[in-house]
Design a binder for this molecule. Structure first.
Ligand SMILES: Cc1ncc(COP(=O)(O)O)c(C=O)c1O
Length: 351
């Protein structure tokens, strides 16, 4: 089914019942009697966005996000986790089909479970496996394909061009979570979709302020219809308190930093240098050091901690059994000296 048609029909029905909700503009309005600030404390929003928490910075930040992502509109949620939960469960229902990459993040899986739709899983980054499922699924009216552009535990890239070609061929809706691509890919750090010029071929682009932004909150970018629909139908958006003003300010300021080319160039220098010394091909800022055995991975993580490095040991169920690893993340601020020190310990331990 065409996404625009589905959204238009749903919004028309909501409007006809006089239930359409619009985000309120709160400038010069006394919202005091709609907040939950019982003791008169004023730090947070103390209200949901549809009631009293829609600070005007939201509109500014959402506008900036949509310009940056080249979409018509954007919507901010309190976290990236809630964005995935709220978006997927609002769009999909019993009788629909959600097809996820095998290594999708827990928030994407939980969103799919909450939707109560049928769930199928395709082999990691394997568009032939996805196509096989699509061929078997012609009876479904609504199909949503869900993936990440850069995978959180493996740091590898999804074959985005192949997926967008399949989308044109099969007409499914495509959701791409760019949590780990934002800041790292794209001329202005807008992510892998932007770098490959396929923003228009992705129906739903997800992101979070909690990675490259070093802030808090999640967001979804897409059509105006999609955002209007989510404002009216996404329970993880509607039934929760808005972000505090100070967080919105920080996210807005950090958007400028994320767009800075200088930092990204330094990051890629570090990625290239670190990857070469380790003897791996680094595809992103995430470098998984695959150890396999859980106990050995924990032992190496402990050794690194004793030398002053906290590198998390990632084990089942975050990754499949027997694929335990250390998950290293590189950044623009790491110095050569720091990287040399860490590499020395790792290379010695792996000998
Ligand atoms: C791919 C992906 N999506 C979503 C999230 C959730 O984002 P947040 O931490 O903002 O809830 C994460 C990580 O936490 C992630 O790795």
């Amino acid at each position: 089914m065409d996404l625009a048609k589905f959204l238009t029909d749903a919004l028309t029905e909501i409007e006809q019942k006089n239930l359409f909700r619009r985000l309120p503009e709160l400038q010069n309005i006394d919202a005091g009697f709609s907040r939950n600030t019982y003791l008169g404390n004023h730090f947070g929003a103390s209200g949901s966005r549809l009631i009293s928490g829609n600070h005007r910075l939201y509109a500014r930040l959402e506008k900036e996000l949509s310009l940056w992502k080249k979409t018509a509109a954007a919507l901010i949620y309190p976290t990236g986790y809630m964005t995935n939960l709220g978006v997927i469960s609002a769009l999909m229902n019993k009788g629909d089909l959600i097809i996820l990459d095998k290594l999708c993040h827990a928030s994407l899986i939980d969103g799919a479970r909450l939707a109560q739709a049928d769930i199928r899983v395709f082999k990691h980054n394997n568009s032939a496996s996805l196509e096989k499922i699509l061929r078997q699924s012609r009876n479904y009216k609504k199909i949503l394909v869900v993936t990440e552009s850069i995978f959180s535990m493996d740091g590898d890239r999804t074959p985005l061009l192949e997926l967008t070609t399949l989308r044109r061929q099969y007409g499914f809706w495509l959701l791409v979570d760019e949590a780990h691509a934002v800041g790292v890919f794209g001329e202005r750090g807008e992510g892998l979709a932007g770098q490959l010029g396929v923003n228009q071929d992705i129906d739903i682009q997800i992101g979070t302020f909690s990675k490259a932004f070093d802030g808090l909150g999640g967001y979804v970018c897409g059509s105006r219809l999609l955002i209007d629909y989510l404002v009216n139908r996404s329970r993880a958006f509607i039934y929760t308190t808005a972000l505090p003003q100070i967080i919105l300010q920080k996210n807005l300021a950090n958007l400028k930093k994320v767009q800075s080319k200088k930092r990204r160039e330094k990051l890629w220098k570090n990625i290239a240098c670190f990857g070469a010394r380790l003897g791996v091909k680094a595809n992103s800022a995430i470098i998984p050091l695959l150890i396999g055995d859980e106990q050995k991975t924990l032992a190496l993580a402990e050794k690194l901690r004793d030398s002053g490095f906290i590198i998390p040991a990632i084990r089942y169920p975050t990754v499949p059994r027997g694929q335990a690893r250390l998950r290293l993340t590189l950044s623009a601020e790491q110095t050569k000296r720091q990287m040399d020190k860490l590499l020395k310990i790792i290379l010695k331990a792996l000998k």
